[in-house]
Every structure is written in C-alpha cells, then in structure tokens.
Design a protein around this ligand. Structure first.
Ligand SMILES: [Zn+2]
Ligand SMILES: [Zn+2]
Length: 412
C-alpha cells in the first residue's frame, strides 16, 4: 500500500463531494469443485473405506480403517493463479461463492457401495450414512444453497486444548462471575463449529480531501482570570490518494448470525478472535466436517459489497493518517471516494470452538459465549457477572464506573 504526498498544499477554498463507483461489468467464475470427489463418496485412496475424518493434531484427513493420512490442496494457488493483486480487475467469484439459490436443501445421492438412493438434508449436515450398507456419503458437489464452500480451514486446536483455553478464560474472571455460572461451568460442553466467511482480495484506490491546520504562532491574551491562550494557524486544503491491495479480508457471510445479536453476543465475540491464517485453507472435502457442526452461508457477494467498501475505506483512512503529520493542529476530512478496481471472492469455513451458557438476567434471557479460534487458540467471550460482587469490588478499588461499563459491554 502506498500513500502519495506529504508536504502541506497551498491554502485554498474547499468543496467536497463524495462519489460512488460504477458497478463492475462481468463476473468471471473460478471453478474450485474438488473433481476427484465427484462420485459423492470420499474414499480412502489406499483402502477404499469411507470412514474418514480430520486428525486435528496433523491437520490431515485420516482413514479410520487403515490410518492412511492425506490433505486436500491449498485453495489459494487455485484461485489466485500467477497474477499480482495489482492487476486484479472486475469481480472474480470462486464457484463456491456464487449467488445462493433458495431450495429445500435436500440432495439425493446414489450410494456407490450398494446403489441405494440416500437423501441428505444439506441444511442440517453435509454427510449422511447409507442405512443399507453403512457407507458414509458426503456432499462434495457445490449445492448452491450455501452449505458447501470453496474451502475449509481445518481445526488445528484440539478439543482438549480448547477446553483448557476456556477454563483459563473463565478462571481469570471467576471473582466477578455469577455464582450459578461458576457452579454450572462445564467446559467439556464445547462444540466445534465451522462458520461461513467470504475471504476477499481487493485492488482499489481511495481519495480523501479535507482541511488541515499548521500552527504558526501561540500567545497569551488578557490578564488574570481572563487570560487565555490563542493560536494562529495556516489553513491548507489537503488531498491524498492511496492505491491499495488487500489480501484475504474476512467478511462474515451469515446475516442470520448478525441478527442474533439482540440477545446473543456471539458476533462481537467471534470478531475478537480474528484473524485466521486463511492462507492455509484447503479445497473442500466434506470429511473435514465429520464430528463438527457448521453454519450455512446466507449472504451473496452483492450483499457484502457495502461491508467490504466500508472496510477498504477505513484502511484508506488509516493509511493516510501517517502522511498528514505536518498538520500539527489536525486535519478535518470532508470527503472521501473509493474506487474498487477488482475483487476476488472465496467462500470459506473457519473453525471455532464454542462454549455457550444460557443465563437469565433479571427476566432477560441472555446467552453468553466463550469462543476459541480453532487455529490460534485466541480466546474471548463473556461471562455473566454478579452485580453485587462487582459493586463490592468496586467500592474497594474505587473503580465503580469503569467496572459497570465493562460489565455492560459484557466483554472483559
Ligand atoms: Zn484407508
Ligand atoms: Zn449403501
């Protein structure tokens, strides 16, 4: 990322207009379907068994029958190709990130073990066992209902490690925690869940303009109680242009989860355990999900564009900040414009361990969560607090306001 210009521009009058970019034309699609799985059965290449799942300690898929281990290809080279992000133009969408089609999620698969037809409800699961021959049938074709993404970032934090992280997190907050929470705390109830995200590469430019002031003189006026300090400053019109490429921005692609916020604070919690090492995500194979739950994507690319533009603009603003230090009395930005030259969208499941606790707070139901990043172990969450414990502690330490504010935020 580069920002141009740093010296104060000559003072002039200012007009501000913000303009929106034109929509891009054409949407090339990159096919990410995992071709070798297209018969609907994930077989072990060595022994042909379908009993396959993720072995978290190695990050590989393992055949439970013959212990053969392997991994799917990294998604990044497949989607990004050779070109530089600087050359990215238009809207490129990976095949698992294309627009969703409303359907009942029912998929009929022919069991290659016995020939029976087995129905998988993809809204609920991406695998189902053939009730005749016990083969595990897994959904590998990219059903356009959001259940099958382009890529998966497999868990690398084990359940036991997650439980330790959660215990430690709750332990540190024990003093103020509600007694019932402490008593009923059972971190073993942790659930591994894959949450849907869009991972976006962008090539964009931003322009901002405004008014900056440089102090030229400082002096005192008046005497006694009327004494005050006065500044003289030069006023400059300031313009900045930033060209930026952003690699792997993660955008939540479940709007349903965003709407849960009324009484659940998962969303805030999940955002605090970002980032994920999305570069290590691999091509879809439903076997990575065996033993875990997952949440379907319900947002299309178009619905996420405003959020992407917001995030790109805030990157532009922070990039610009370092180049306007000359204006020691600050810059007041009056207009900004973002031009998105190109974007590339990949849908991805990211791994999270979740511990949830249902708590009634004075008649208001509230679900508290502790979430562990399934890759880094980063842990964040909220714990129901006992008000009197807080107040008692606050009286001792004299931080009533701070404690109450923190308690209201729920994250501490
Ligand atoms: Zn095997
Ligand atoms: Zn069968």
């Amino acid at each position: 990322m580069t920002a141009h210009g740093s010296a104060p521009e000559p003072p002039i009058a200012d007009t501000s207009t913000a303009q929106q970019r034109e929509a891009d034309a054409g949407t090339p699609v990159v096919d990410t379907a995992n071709a070798w799985l297209d018969d609907g059965v994930n077989r072990c290449a060595r022994c042909g068994s379908t009993e396959i799942q993720l072995r978290v300690s190695t990050g590989h898929l393992v055949c439970l029958f013959c212990r053969h281990e392997w991994t799917e290809a990294h998604i990044e080279p497949l989607v990004a190709g050779e070109g530089s992000l600087r050359d990215l133009t238009g809207t490129v969408i990976a095949s698992g990130a294309t627009d969703l089609v409303a359907d009942d999620g029912m998929l009929t698969m022919k069991c290659s073990g016995c020939g029976a037809e087995v129905v998988v409800n993809t809204a609920e699961a991406t695998s189902s066992r053939c009730h005749w021959c016990r083969h595990l049938l897994t959904v590998n074709e990219q059903v356009p209902n959001g259940a099958v993404p382009d890529a998966v970032l497999p868990f690398s934090v084990t359940r036991d490690q997650a439980v330790e992280h959660i215990k430690l997190f709750a332990q540190k907050r024990r003093t103020f925690a509600h007694r019932r929470f402490v008593k009923e705390f059972t971190p073993g109830n942790v659930v591994g869940v894959y949450l849907p995200y869009m991972v976006v590469d962008s090539n964009a430019s931003g322009d901002v303009h405004g008014v900056g002031e440089v102090e030229t003189r400082q002096y005192t006026r008046g005497t006694g109680d009327n004494k005050r300090t006065v500044y003289d400053a030069d006023v400059h019109r300031v313009e900045r242009h930033v060209d930026l490429t952003v690699d792997d921005l993660t955008l939540e692609s479940s709007t349903e989860r965003a709407h849960m916020n009324a009484f659940v604070n998962t969303n805030n919690v999940i955002n605090t355990i970002l980032p994920f090492d999305t570069k290590n995500a691999v091509q879809w194979n439903a076997s990575y999900l065996v033993g875990y739950t997952s949440e379907r994507r319900d947002a299309d690319v178009a619905a996420l564009v405003p959020e992407l533009e917001d995030q790109l603009l805030s990157i532009v603003r922070s990039q610009v900040q370092s180049s306007v230090k000359t204006y020691d009395r600050g810059v007041r930005w009056e207009g900004e414009r973002l031009e998105v030259h190109g974007t590339r969208w990949v849908s991805m499941y990211l791994p999270v361990w979740l511990y949830s606790y249902y708590h009634d707070e004075g008649g208001t139901p509230m679900v508290h969560y502790i979430a562990v990043n399934g890759r880094t172990g980063e842990t964040m969450g909220s714990v129901p607090v006992s008000q009197w414990r807080l107040v008692t502690a606050a009286l001792v330490t004299g931080t009533v306001l701070e404690s109450i504010v923190i308690a209201m935020l729920g994250l501490w």
